[in-house]
Design a protein around this ligand. Sequence first.
Ligand code: ADP
Length: 607
Amino acid sequence: MRTYFRKAQRNTLHVLVLCLALPVTAGIGWVTWELATRLFAAEVATRAQALLSVQSATLESQLDKFRLLPPLLAMRPDIRDIILDGDRVSGERVAAIVAGMAGAREVTFLDTNGTVVASSHLSSRIDPGREEVVDPMPLAEALQGRLGRAYRRGTGGAPGSYVFASAVRDGSVVIGVVAVRVSLAEVEQAWALSPAPILAIDEAGEIVATNRPDWRGQPANDRLERLGSERVPQSSAGAAADADAAATEAAYVRLRDVPRRGPFLMMTRTLPVLDWRIAALADTADARSQGDKVAAIAVLVCLLMSGIAWVAAERRVAVMRRMREDRLSALRLERKVRLRTRDLSEANAHLAREVAEREAAEAELRLMQADLVQAAKMATLGQMSAALSHEFNQPLAAIRSNADNAKLFLERDMGERVEAGLDRIIAMVERMAEISRVLKGFSRRAGTDLKATALKPVIDETVMLLSPRVKQGGARLEARHLDGALQVIGGHVRLEQVVLNLAANALDAVEDRVDGVVTITTRMEAGQAVIEVRDNGPGVAEELLGKVFDPFFTTKDVGKGLGLGLSIAYKIVHDFSGSLSVGAAEGGGAVFTVRLPLVQGLSDAAQ
Ligand code: ADP
């Protein structure tokens, strides 16, 4: 969804850039083309108009020069006389001089009938008296007293000429006509310098003079095709040219023989004296192609700007996207941190609760274990009480009988026998006192203070305590002290309780055997004191090895075992910073091994 919106946003921006860029580019291209074309066309128009002004001036000045010549000549008396006299020889001489000096093509003197009297032209000598030299129209006009004027087409494709004619009077009587023919070749030569076509068109629409010789004498419309109503550019010339411009017409034309060129801008002006129109053609192709180029450059620049705008839009979108993503990931991170912190504080609180619970449970356990130790001691004491009462009763009975015997021996005065009996009584009382002492210590709650404890007395007392039971059963209980007087860190009574438990269990295990043997061995090993209680009973099954130290684990019948002996022993050994382990003895049976830190160099008196 987010991707869709992102794409949509990106597309919108791009569509916006496109929507703006394309019409703007097209608009700028069109406006630039229009302005540039107009500008260049105006330049063309200015040039064409300038050309037209100059070239029409050339024609006008050329003709003007000769316009006044016939009236001036008509006033000369010698020419009047020549016409009156029909003096051809003098006439030809005068005409030749005038033509030569004025630069006219031909100077002719005619009579009122139009017959040539004399002419500067050579042909008139060959064929004097010809009548077609001067057209009827200028002759008639001249005879009427006006300035006769006519165009004469050139022969054999040569440039045409113009004829001015003026009446020659004798007093007030018209006696003849002076005609001056001016060649348009010079004008055409001047025009030939210009590459643009220049035309002079007469009233009939015929091309009378041009710098394109093949057009001469042809109707202008055969050569030029006027184009429709295209707007003609205003000349860019200044105010000085305004008068010229007013007299100038402009139109677009195409050359009929080369229709692919152009269109040409045709600037036309009328020469009022001649009733001719002078036209200068300017090719607008260059202006158009320049306009095209400028428009193309403008379009290219616009496209370039659009491209830059496009790239900028892309960058902006990318930057915005990156910023949004950064913001999102920062928010996500913040939320994650918040959640983690909450989880952590919850876990912390949970842990703190658990620790408190554990501590409470441990304290309770410690209390329970201490109670259990005490209870187990009392239970062991209870178990042993029957055996002990038997143990006490026997010596008591023996003391009684020895005392009785001693009394009898005393009466019979048998002193030695009395002494022997009393010694036995003392020995038995001492033993009973010993048993009582042990029992007293056993029933006392063990202290937490540790001190150097000799191993041998502990083992020996245990053996002694168990001796009534050993006597009852058929098994043997042996103690072996391999490494002399070992001392460990611990407490005498508690250590005795450990060994007593282990040895009692061992005796229980060999109960059913005829050759049951329980061996308690003390030795030093790897810097530690080792007490090993080994029997040749059935041993501890492998799957039970990990369970025997658990409190209340027992395989014995109800009333026989509490399942506390080993767990208490384990706890006591650990209190002494030692270890208690169980394994299998070679040849069957179980081995319980107690390892305790050793005290060396301390005497038995330390306990
Ligand atoms: P209890 O003697 O009251 O059963 P203990 O904790 O002293 O409790 O012993 C737990 C169990 O360990 C015994 O029930 C017995 O199965 C097993 N056990 C202890 N000592 C021996 C041994 N020497 N040989 C075989 N099994 C033993």
